[in-house]
Design a protein around this ligand. Sequence first.
Ligand code: ADP
Length: 452
Amino acid sequence: MYEPYPVPELARDHKKFRYSSLWAFSKQDLRLLTFFIVIAVFIGLGTGYFWSCILCAFAVFCIIQLRSLYLVNDWISNRPYDVPPNLGGIWGALLFNVYRAQRQERIVQAEMVGLIDRAQSSLVALAEAVVLIDDNNQIEWWNPAAENLLGFQLHDRGRNILSILRQPSFIEYFNHIDESPDGLKMKSSVHEEHYVQVKMTRFGGESRLLVAYDVTRMHNLEQMRKDFVDNISHELRTPLTVLSGYIETFTDQEDINPRWKRAFDQMQSQTRRMNALVNDLLLLSRLENEKSIAKNQIIEMPSLMNQLFDDAQAYNVDYGHTLNLDIDSHCELIGSDMELASAFSNLITNAIKYTPKGGTITIGWHDDGTHGYFTVEDTGIGIDPKHLPRLTERFYRVDSARSRATGGTGLGLAIVKHVLMQHNAYLEVESKENQGSIFKAVFPKERLFHSN
Ligand code: ADP
């Protein structure tokens, strides 16, 4: 624990000694010199050695000044923290001012050290790991939790952080911290099967503050949820295929009893809905396991856009909307064609579904040099702005009855969001109730490929 220097009391009373002007602190010296000269004049006139006595008076005065100078030097060089020698005149004033400035500085220093000490003790007590990294990527300081969570040891001080936390995902995050505002979840290098969430912030130029905490429990719960949805979707697939097979056979029979016809039609539509739901859940769970997706194919956008447009026209038969295709970019996309086609098609079918008959839907692809934009604009029912932040959540619907009536699973936009995340892209939605919406998938420059 740091012990601040004891601050000695001031040797003199501030009020008695006000060395505010040169004249004020020179007065004592002048009085002394006058006193010596008067004595010298009397002795000089009495003895007849007038000038010699005056010279002696000056010499004594100089010796006194030299002694003071010696004491000042001795104090500054050897005992700067002691109470200064009690001197009068100009030297006393000098000492007083130096001592006062020094004392104030020590008070400020003691306060700062106390503050740092308090901040440090609270960081030491934190359950989260806190690490200070300097602008050369070297570790400056860490708290005990960092030893436990990240495996830092005493000899790691001054070492490059990237030589200790060597996971490629961490190196990638370290070099691009601004691109991951939520930080990084990574495997603990100390405890097997443990996960830590790491978040870094820049301060004082290029120095960084790293905060990490254990998220193993959250990770396990999330994994359990994913496994459960994945397993149940797989398990449902076989019985559903059997059921829909039989239902289809019965429905197609020509001599079917009309009393049963309606029931079989309903069974068929419900099994189709369940099939769509299971397929969407399986797709979502595949998207969450991002490693399984190849994201480096060059996708020829004109051909993909035309394919999407043809599919949209087929789906549009019952709705009778006017469909437009607007391609204004020579860029191709780099990504996974199946996943992107599925995401784009979700946006298009939504636009068709949520636009009253006879509306206009425009599907577009353009770029502005820094981003690529896939857009779907409709003149449909629009969305109240309060729903926008939650729109991409699983099973979030603005109007559940309408969504079900249109055969929606409530997973379409969640799939879109995941596919875009996998491509470092994001979804922007602009919408006005009863006027229409624009859904925009925004791709970064790295995902664009200039073909010519
Ligand atoms: P769903 O299968 O219900 O369509 P989505 O995830 O695709 O599920 O969409 C979520 C909700 O967002 C929908 O239920 C609907 O309320 C709203 N929505 C999506 N696209 C549009 C659109 N183009 N116009 C109006 N509302 C939309």
